[in-house]
Design a protein. Structure first.
Length: 556
């Protein structure tokens, strides 16, 4: 591609990333809304939030505690599961391994609703447990419960990176340890897992970072006991003083970015270290599963118990509740089965529109996003330049913004930028916000396909006189077509489950399932929440089925 085109793509992407962030930073130093001419530069908002606002300090401390607690749960459990499923002769591991990733594809706010319906004070499982032992042996609305649930639902993030690194190791060192008398778990703790320590550290930083952007779980599980975290504090700050506090909100956003950006940068450095560390691996052909003997079935039981608590119980209870006319102590299931909640859902035009919009933004919008990610990747493909290095750092910026913050930044940008105002109450604003939030993820999906293409194929096109743009169109794109389709399926599922980005962009015409769920939960419409959550789960299931079908087709 021509150098001028590459530079234009980089600058356009940089503008899309930096414009909303710059607007938020600018607002944080103003005495009032940035659209008011009387607003002046000041640091009063920083002084108030950082030194006078007790709720902010409480939210910050809670976020740090929850992030540390969930990391302490997710990292050891994710590493153990990765070792069991990748390096041992665990029964049924080929069937279990894809299931371990399921919590990553289910919206955390939907899971939170599921836990309330299952384990809340009048939850389906709670009522059953009370009938057995006379009392409910847990309290869902506590900080401890929030940490445990957050930790268990983030195990797949650790598993993904740990299992990928373990597959790159030969089994010769492990076999040497076994021949010297070490048991399988001693091999895991002293040989296998230490050899993938950079990947484990990367996953540790990732989970800790995700703890600071938690929104759905604390919004639902923390509200009765007023457990504030930074994201929910920002959400409630919208009307804390009766009207939107633009300056205070901007300061909170900047604070979250300043906390998370160094974590994302650390991730990048650790990932580079992990890639270099793989050079220590043995031959891939030498891999042999370690026999764990009598521990095989207890290990399976551990994974099944985790999967049951994390996914099966909340999802099953949520779906069952969506088909029940009422629920409580002494209420039988079969006589109360009904489709009334779904009929009621279909009676609200905004909810129906939300389902249709979700399908549009996930399918058509997802395809456009993948096209954009492919365009940026092609512009940077095999281009050794400082512009490429600049883009490597720019894509980290959206990753440091939780979806709620990106949605707020885009809302302000569309609301008060004259050129963009006509598009504010359209799906374009939502699509642009989604594309921005998932920029780093989408770029990585497409670049993974590009890296599989040998440079000699593209060089052959140039030898016969094709221009760079022709090579990209006639050689590179056809070769990565399957990868682009796979990327679209993953983006489809991601957009379907996204909820926080659309909270501030919710308006007549831009409703999507995720933002509607947050809005409905605030009104106490439990029946509609469960029905709409079930619809969301069905759409996610369709996306996962597509992904599974494409995976089987590739390996056929």
């Amino acid at each position: 591609m021509p150098r001028s085109f590459r530079i234009a793509v980089v600058l356009a992407t940089a503008l899309m990333i930096l414009a909303p962030v710059g607007l938020v930073v600018y607002q944080s130093f103003l005495s009032g809304p940035f659209f008011q001419p009387s607003s002046t530069f000041t640091t009063q908002a920083y002084a108030f939030v950082l030194f006078e606002e007790d709720d902010f300090r409480e939210a910050f401390v809670n976020s740090a505690i929850i992030a540390a607690g969930m990391t302490a749960i997710a990292v050891p459990l994710g590493c153990i599961m990765a070792f069991l499923l990748v390096r041992t002769d665990l029964p049924g591991r080929r069937l279990i391994e894809p299931l371990v990733l399921v919590p990553m594809f289910v919206s955390s706010v939907v899971l939170a609703f599921g836990f309330v319906v299952a384990l809340g004070p009048v939850g389906i499982v709670s009522v059953w447990a009370k009938g057995l032992v006379g009392t409910i042996p847990w309290y869902l609305y506590s900080k401890t419960a929030l940490i445990v649930i957050a930790g268990l639902t983030h195990v797949p993030h650790v598993f993904l990176y740990a299992s990928s690194a373990l597959r790159s190791l030969g089994s010769d060192v492990e076999e040497a340890a076994r021949s010297s008398g070490a048991g399988p778990f001693r091999v895991a703790l002293t040989v296998s897992l230490p050899m993938i320590m950079p990947s484990i550290l990367y996953a540790t930083v990732l989970v800790f970072f995700l703890g600071f952007e938690l929104f759905g779980l604390p919004l639902v599980l923390g509200d009765p006991e007023r457990i504030l975290v930074l994201a929910t504090y920002l959400y409630k700050l919208t009307n804390k003083l009766g009207t939107p506090s633009y300056d205070l909100m901007a300061v909170v956003v900047v604070s979250i970015i300043l906390v998370t950006l160094p974590l994302v940068y650390t991730q990048r450095k650790l990932l580079a270290a992990a890639n270099r560390y793989v050079a220590v691996k043995g031959k891939a052909s030498a891999q042999r599963p370690l026999a764990i003997g009598a521990w095989r079935w207890p290990a399976v039981g551990l994974i099944v118990a985790w999967l049951g608590f994390t996914v099966v119980i909340p999802v099953s209870a949520l779906v069952l509740r969506s088909f029940l006319s009422t629920w409580g102590e002494g209420v039988a299931i079969w006589p109360n089965l009904t489709l009334a909640h779904f009929r009621e859902l279909m009676g609200y035009p905004n909810l129906v529109r939300g389902i249709v919009n979700t399908l549009l933004i996930a399918s058509v919008g997802g395809a456009l996003s993948v096209g954009f990610y492919a365009l940026v990747n092609l512009a940077l493909h095999r281009w050794r330049s400082r512009w490429t290095a600049l883009m490597d750092y720019l894509v980290l910026v959206p990753r440091a913004m939780p979806g709620l913050i990106a949605g707020l930044a885009m809302f302000w940008l569309f609301l008060f930028t004259p050129v963009l105002q006509p598009f504010r109450q359209t799906l374009f604003s939502l699509w642009l916000a989604y594309t921005l939030v998932w920029l780093a993820y989408g770029m990585r999906l497409v670049s993974a396909s590009l890296l599989q293409i040998g440079p000699e194929l593209e060089e052959a096109g140039r030898v016969v006189g094709a221009r760079p743009a022709q090579v990209s169109r006639d050689v590179t794109l056809p070769l990565i077509k399957a990868g682009l389709v796979g990327s679209w399926v993953l983006i489809f599922v991601t957009f379907v489950r996204e909820y926080s980005t659309g909270v501030y962009l919710l308006s007549p015409g831009t409703e999507v399932i995720g933002s509607l769920l947050v809005s409905l939960w605030g009104t106490g419409a439990v029946d509609l929440v469960t029905a709409l959550s079930t619809v969301n789960l069905v759409l996610i299931l369709v996306g996962l089925a597509l992904m599974f079908a494409l995976g089987n087709k590739r390996h056929a």
